[in-house]
Ligand binder design. Structure first.
Ligand code: FE
Ligand code: FE
Length: 283
């Protein structure tokens, strides 16, 4: 487990809740900007660590470590259960468990009559948080993602916290394009490391492309919400981001007070998982 100072958040949900709060429907631009003052100190500290330590070197090291998927094999369901026991130390009265968030997201997608792979993407989209199981600090598991190796957009939440990032001192990384070519496509861009990118690599052989975009970019709020970094995207990325935005609405707004009944839904989701995934996959 990482040292305490790397874990300012009480639970990983505290970041998810902060994002939901920021993007509440009907919130005006001015209100939106006030998040700076009203943000809990733990969340600010979380972003300070994230923006300080997510560097080009760090992302490359994480990719070298995790993309070969040599941490072991486990089934989707087992991963879900392990995540549930690990991160769900929150107050059960005030916050939903990981499983409840997964089910509410998926059930809202299902209720709107979307394809089964879309429902499945909703069900598993946060499973990359098993990075916690490997002892990764919170700032390397969750957080709004952003490209490393090029100038930071002021559309990224708390841009001032980049001032301690060592990449600021690398001129090559601080131009608009940095190390990238215009329109090179996001597949050629290194985003800050976290649960999105990790899960994408774990599941990429099993799901249709729109589902993979949803999983890989759901925390890339600077792009899919704020419209930043369009100059790195390809036309294909732009097309696929329609799916990312559709997904994001379910991720953010499917939270309801009615708690899904995990027991009665279990058979449906077991079948859905089995339809797309073998019994175990590599992590
Ligand atoms: Fe997520
Ligand atoms: Fe989520």
């Amino acid at each position: 487990m990482e040292p305490l100072e790397a874990r300012p958040l009480e639970t990983l949900d505290q970041w998810d809740d902060f994002v939901k709060e920021r993007y509440q429907p009907g919130k005006t631009r001015a209100e939106f900007r006030q998040y700076d003052d009203s943000t809990p100190p733990a969340v600010r500290e979380f972003y300070r660590l994230n923006h300080t330590h997510q560097t080009v070197d760090f992302v490359r090291r994480m990719k070298a470590e995790y993309l070969p998927k040599q941490k072991g094999t486990m089934g989707i369901w087992e991963a879900m259960q392990r995540l549930e026991t690990l991160v769900d130390d929150s107050d059960p009265d005030t916050s939903l468990s990981q499983m409840e968030h997964n089910l509410q997201t998926a059930e809202a997608i299902r209720a709107d009559g979307h394809p089964r792979w879309f429902v499945l993407a909703g069900f598993i989209h946060d499973l990359g948080k098993v990075l916690c199981l490997y002892g990764e600090p919170q700032w390397a598991v969750v957080g709004d993602t952003f490209p490393v190796g090029c100038a930071y957009s002021d559309k990224i939440v708390f841009p001032e916290f980049f001032r301690e990032n060592p990449d600021l001192g690398v001129p090559e990384y601080q131009t608009r394009l940095g190390i990238y070519q215009p329109g090179c496509g996001l597949d050629n861009v290194d985003l800050s490391w976290g649960h999105d990118e990790y899960l994408y690599h774990v599941v990429k052989d099993y799901l249709p492309e729109p589902a993979l975009y949803m999983i890989r970019y759901h925390s890339f709020y600077p792009a899919h919400r704020e419209g930043a970094y369009g100059y790195l995207m390809s036309d294909h990325d732009r097309e696929m981001f329609d799916w990312v935005r559709r997904f994001s609405a379910y991720d953010l707004y499917s939270k309801s007070s009615a708690r899904p009944d995990a027991t009665s839904l279990r058979t449906y989701y077991e079948n859905l998982v089995a339809e797309y995934f073998p019994a175990v996959i590599s992590w």
